[in-house]
Design a protein around this ligand. Structure first.
Ligand code: AMP
Length: 296
């Protein structure tokens, strides 16, 4: 069976990263970029996004190589989205140094007719109003919709985020975000509270402790792949989502999706920016999937 197509929207960014060990520098980034690099070797990914005319050739080449369709990628006169972040000593929490929207400020996603019919939709981390815009264009009743978000939107755009939550199937978020969204510290209780807001399945990402799928059935927990050295956590969430959605695209269960997501995120955190994912091939990925499965 050929894998299903995943339509995916998110940010495409030029990042500035500062890590606790003193490493700092520019990197290609954005939620859509990490997602496309990880999922794109396992299933067709049609991207929906925007870049400015300053976007580097290297970035365009990445999308040409790993996305199946660039039809809904807009190239607008102006500057690409830029984000700077500094990680705290725990390597998990981070402070945003700056967010420069550039062409994102006036971005109006437009889905082609075939993308509107996609069986799988990934709403990567962007303003919930843009996620809603994409949702409103979908024209297929049975699309499985997976969504990621971040503390910024929970704090600043709760109204729009609540509308998104009412229309999605699966929400991915980390422990801190689950607490921020619900005011509940314990993960299982927080996830059950989020289920009453709309998504019937919640995946809580717990950093070095793994991830848990919470639905009406029993909770399903997956640990982490034992990496050599944590280099840069940026994009781990999007790479996790990439693996998870690729599993769904290949006809697997959500539980298998957690295993694929864990394996794919493990490549991401082993290198600066997208460098770690450059070692993710179908073969190395499958090896890690088996290691993660054995530990589950
Ligand atoms: P993650 O580490 O999985 O949360 O993803 C990191 C990526 O999110 C970085 O490459 C950033 O460019 C991107 N990012 C950071 N802040 C935002 C934002 N407000 N909207 C969209 N993307 C963002």
């Amino acid at each position: 069976m050929n894998p299903k197509t995943i339509v995916s929207v998110g940010s495409i960014a030029l990042d500035w990263l500062e890590l606790p060990d003193g490493t700092k520098g520019e990197a290609l980034g954005g939620s859509l970029t990490y997602f496309t690099r990880s999922a794109g070797i396992l299933a067709p990914v049609n991207i929906v996004g925007v870049v400015g005319t300053d976007f580097p050739k290297e970035g365009m080449n990445l999308f040409r190589e790993y996305a199946a369709s660039l039809e809904d990628l807009q190239i607008e006169e102006g500057e690409s989205f830029r984000w700077g972040g500094r990680y705290h000593d725990d390597w998990e929490n981070r402070t945003t140094l700056y967010t420069e929207l550039g062409v994102f400020e006036t971005f109006s996603p437009k889905l082609s007719n075939s993308n509107k019919q996609s069986p799988l939709l990934y709403l990567g981390n962007i303003h919930p109003a843009l996620q809603l815009d994409v949702l409103s264009q979908m024209a297929f009743d049975d699309t499985v919709i997976v969504c990621d978000t971040m503390n910024l939107w929970i704090n600043t755009t709760r109204g729009d985020l609540d509308k998104v939550l009412g229309r999605i199937d699966i929400l991915l978020l980390n422990e801190n975000e689950a607490e921020l969204l619900t005011g509940i510290e314990q993960v299982p209780e927080a996830a059950q509270a989020i289920r009453t807001m709309g998504p019937k399945k919640i995946v809580v990402k717990q950093g070095g402790s793994g991830s848990t799928l919470i639905s009406s059935d029993r909770d399903f927990h997956v640990g982490v792949y034992p990496i050599d050295k944590l280099m840069d956590p940026t994009g781990a969430g999007d790479s996790f989502a990439g693996g998870l959605m690729a599993a769904l695209a290949n006809g697997h269960s959500f539980e298998e999706g957690l295993i694929w997501g864990t394996a794919s995120a493990s490549f991401c955190v082993e290198g600066f920016g997208l460098e770690g994912l450059s070692r993710m091939t179908p073969e190395t990925f499958r090896e890690r999937v088996e290691v993660v499965r054995l530990g589950t």
